[in-house]
Design a binder for this molecule. Structure first.
Ligand SMILES: NC(=O)c1ccc[n+]([C@@H]2O[C@H](COP(=O)([O-])OP(=O)(O)OC[C@H]3O[C@@H](n4cnc5c(N)ncnc54)[C@H](OP(=O)(O)O)[C@@H]3O)[C@@H](O)[C@H]2O)c1
Length: 325
């Protein structure tokens, strides 16, 4: 049995989570195309059957909490086998614009609503989705601490924070997990927040390990994104960046073929072997996708294979990650 399929401890808590977690944003159907309830429910069930016990959702995944409701519907009967993480502080307004609001009263109301949608009395992890520039981080931290003390959240995390915000929050409410973007080509956290988390015993649970599907290696060079596919606006999917990324994936494919694994499995396995990373949030909207990525827990890349990948990353160079204006 590979070391990578063993549950990992979340921070200093007694909560253990699978290294591959299911990212439940795609099933909200807001930016992913071709989403339907039948496939979403099957994806959630397939995840558990494939050994995934960690589910990542948010108050704002869906205009009306579609993602949280689907989790309750598909997995309510297995609630006690799972670690559910949700987030507060982000919602969609009446014009369907993403809105950050981390005032204490909003955080508490959203947490109660999330618990109702999830049909549960507590979550294993409650994150602040992002800092709200209009609210002092310490004030939001106070509200999350109260929710933890009330037993509604067994632990607290934050997402999209810088080091200063992490330290301010942590002084008021102990942080168990940090959720930043991270993948082979987007590695900013290695400079500051990842070392801070290592030093403070905070788990790092990363999003976009497949770079929004690019590193799954299944989008062909001549792929044309339909207008409603939210990914088209990112430079990594455009022009020269797209060609360079496809060249990079060709190198990864040579390595993954040589060990009888898929590119997605190679990418997630590499991610899980990076120091300080506890779990990778793998988004999926179809059962076969999470079945494939969960397979990344079944093997361990050797030091030589990891080195080959690191050389390919260096040769690919820094990527442009900002969305096109
Ligand atoms: N805290 C935050 O601010 C934040 C922000 C973003 C995401 N997140 C969390 O992180 C999770 C992961 O991010 P993400 O879902 O945006 O991106 P991701 O995991 O990098 O990519 C997911 C997409 O990759 C494609 N994919 C996955 N497995 C595949 C497979 N085996 N074969 C082919 N394609 C495959 C699917 O796209 P298609 O089928 O559409 O091609 C899927 O929707 C989210 O679901 C969410 O839980 C958090």
């Amino acid at each position: 049995m590979s070391n990578l399929c063993k549950p990992r401890q979340l921070g200093a808590t007694d909560i253990h989570v699978s290294p591959v977690a299911l990212g439940c944003w795609p099933i909200a159907g807001m930016t992913s195309i071709d989403v339907n309830d039948t496939d979403s429910l099957a994806t959630l069930e397939a995840a558990v059957d494939a050994g995934v016990t960690f589910f990542d959702t948010a108050y704002g995944y869906g205009a009306k909490g579609e993602s949280e409701r689907l989790i309750a519907k598909a997995l309510g009967h297995r609630r006690n086998e799972l670690a559910i993480a949700t987030k507060c502080g982000m919602h969609w307004n009446d014009q369907l614009e993403r809105t950050f609001d981390a005032r204490p009263e909003i955080i508490k109301r959203q947490c109660d609503e999330s618990l109702q949608r999830l049909k549960t009395d507590r979550v294993e992890l409650l994150y602040l989705h992002a800092p709200d520039p209009k609210v002092d981080v310490a004030e939001s931290a106070g509200a999350l601490k109260e929710l933890m003390d009330a037993g509604k959240a067994r632990s607290v995390g934050v997402s999209n924070f810088n080091v200063e915000q992490l330290a301010t929050f942590h002084a008021v409410c102990p942080i168990t997990a940090f959720q930043p973007p991270y993948n082979m080509l987007q590695r900013d956290i290695e400079q500051d927040t990842l070392p801070w988390c290592r030093e403070h015993g905070v788990s790092v649970v990363v999003y976009w390990p497949l770079m929004k599907g690019l590193l799954a290696g299944k989008l062909s060079r001549d792929h044309i994104f339909p207008p409603n596919d939210g990914r088209a606006k990112y430079p990594m999917f455009q022009g020269q960046e797209w060609q360079k990324n496809q060249d990079f994936i060709d190198v990864l494919r040579e390595i993954s073929d040589s060990i009888g694994r898929s590119v997605a499995q190679l990418v997630i396995n590499w991610t899980l072997q990076q120091s300080g990373i506890t779990s990778a949030l793998c988004g999926a909207k179809r059962a076969y996708q999470i079945e494939e990525t969960a397979g990344a827990m079944e093997f361990v890349l050797s030091p030589e294979q990891l080195q080959k990948i690191d050389i390919a990353i260096q040769e690919r160079g820094v990527v442009i990650t900002r969305p096109a204006v």
